[in-house]
Design a protein around this ligand. Structure first.
Ligand code: ZN
Length: 156
């Protein structure tokens, strides 16, 4: 087994074990310099947290372990192709690469369908099922102006 297979094996084992521990069939690990530095499993129903996907949990753990919000130089191995939320988190974390096991079509086949989110994202705001309404922009912009003028901000 090559190194990549070993890391994916760990993500898959997490996905299998998680089913026996109150979670969904999803696992992920984050690797830096050839070592696993963080693990995550799906805990949505176990912790009543709709954002507790394996990848997000692994990212939170990796950031905690490394003491940084920037995970450049790390790669994520996930047992399933990331959903739009996790993909967004992966971009925000600046991970270098994603390896996945199951496809999103495999996930859809057992009832984990995120294709409606991908479909929604492709539509203009007014055509989406989720109503998104702009409100008080003239007030909200004040925080952006304050941030823009802050000289010692930590950019990310
Ligand atoms: Zn996800």
């Amino acid at each position: 087994m090559c190194e990549k297979d070993t890391f994916m094996r760990e993500a898959i084992d997490l996905s299998l074990d998680n089913i026996d521990h109150g979670g969904g069939p999803f696992g992920a690990v984050i690797v830096k310099d050839g070592k696993i530095i963080a693990r995550g499993a799906n805990r949505v129903t176990a912790s009543n947290d709709p954002t507790a996907h394996a990848e997000v949990n692994a990212i939170r753990e990796a950031a905690r372990v490394l003491g940084t919000f920037d995970l450049r130089g790390c790669e994520i191995y996930t047992s399933c192709e990331p959903c739009p939320m996790c993909l967004g988190a992966i971009y925000w974390a600046h991970l270098d690469k994603v390896y996945y096991g199951n496809t999103k079509a495999d996930a859809k086949a057992i009832g984990f369908d995120d294709s409606f989110i991908y479909d929604e994202l492709a539509l203009p705001l007014e055509k989406r099922h989720l109503k998104i309404v702009s409100l008080m922009r003239d007030q909200a912009i004040k925080a952006f102006e304050k941030w823009d003028n802050k000289s010692d901000k930590i950019e990310y």
